[in-house]
Design a binder for this molecule. Structure first.
Ligand code: ADP
Ligand code: MG
Length: 290
């Protein structure tokens, strides 16, 4: 493909060797890469300004590039370099991770609530808290955008293509972003929404998917989804009951009314997330394993 070859030649001249494709999006291709400059395995997200929609070119791409330049957190994928070619090619050079959360859930069916799901969830919460504290919103939180190291211990949030600055509570978003399955009802209904609260909803969907292996709402009809979401989340009968604190947290995050949802700072202080929930008497062995 000429598009990829252009990238290969351009990056090759800069000392990058491209490997297999790791993932593909609507306007991007992510390729494995190596270079002498950075000794770690790399992933390069390639985008071609000439082949994207005006919305993407003038709105989303500039926001993504501006935001990834200023964020740095252990639970956010590390960006080494941004390279822009004169022919419209944009390359985001980042650390490569082994897999993403969707693939892990698909591979395992579902994740054990503790410690696995809770540990990953806690790290996604830390990343989101970092963003919200800086008045940045992600707007595309989903399992595919949570990358994982090979040992599965470290989770890193990625894909800032829909992220933006949201300066205050009155700064409402109107753009439909992300994937319907993870979207809050107000986003689906086209109501101007507080993007931080919509991110918190998506966080609830991510947690539900991890611990059940199912999507909480049927997204075959986006129009009908808000009705389902209003009724509250249900669990497949064939699944053993989840620990009560985990279920309670999912219910809090997936509240229909945005104002009723906790802030991500409050989620970080949740006892289940902080591993402070004990069954009866606190004991070092069982503490946090409820
Ligand atoms: P898009 O905006 O097109 O969704 P993403 O940045 O989410 O692009 O990348 C698409 C996919 O590529 C991801 O879901 C993931 O599977 C893979 N990917 C992206 N970045 C990396 C990375 N740093 N390491 C490994 N795989 C990655
Ligand atoms: Mg993505």
């Amino acid at each position: 493909m000429s598009k990829t070859n252009t990238g290969e030649k351009f990056l090759g001249d800069l000392g990058y060797k491209l490997g297999p494709t790791l993932g593909e999006g609507r306007f991007s291709k992510v390729k494995a890469a190596t270079s002498d400059k950075y000794k770690v395995p790399l992933a390069i997200k390639l985008m071609d300004r000439r082949r994207v929609t005006p919305d993407f070119l003038y709105k989303f791409l500039p926001r993504e590039l501006s935001i990834i330049r200023k964020i740095r957190h252990p639970n956010i994928v590390h960006i080494f370099e941004l390279i822009e070619g004169c022919d419209g090619l944009v390359c985001i050079v980042m650390e490569a991770l082994a897999t993403d959360l969707l693939k892990l859930v698909q591979h395992l069916g579902k994740l054990p609530c503790v410690p696995k799901a809770r540990d990953i969830f806690g790290q996604v919460v830390a990343a989101l808290r970092y963003l919200h504290d800086r008045d940045l919103v992600h707007r595309d939180l989903k399992c595919e955008n949570v990358l994982l190291t090979a040992d599965g211990h470290r989770a890193k949030l990625s894909d800032f293509s829909f992220s933006k600055e949201a300066n205050s509570y009155s700064d409402l978003s109107t753009t439909f972003c992300g994937s319907a399955a993870y979207s809050a009802p107000e986003v689906l209904m086209g109501i101007p929404y507080n993007a931080k609260m919509a991110d918190v909803w998506s966080l609830g969907v991510v947690l539900y998917v991890m611990v059940t292996g199912f999507m909480p709402f049927d997204d075959t009809s986006v129009r009908r989804m808000p009705q389902q979401q209003k009724k509250g989340v249900k669990y497949p009968e064939e699944l053993p009951p989840l620990p009560e604190p985990c279920q309670a947290l999912i219910a809090q995050l997936l509240q229909f009314s945005p104002a009723a949802r906790p802030t991500v700072g409050q989620v970080a202080k949740n006892k289940w997330v902080k591993k402070e929930v004990c069954v009866t008497k606190p004991s070092p062995e069982i503490s946090g394993e409820q």
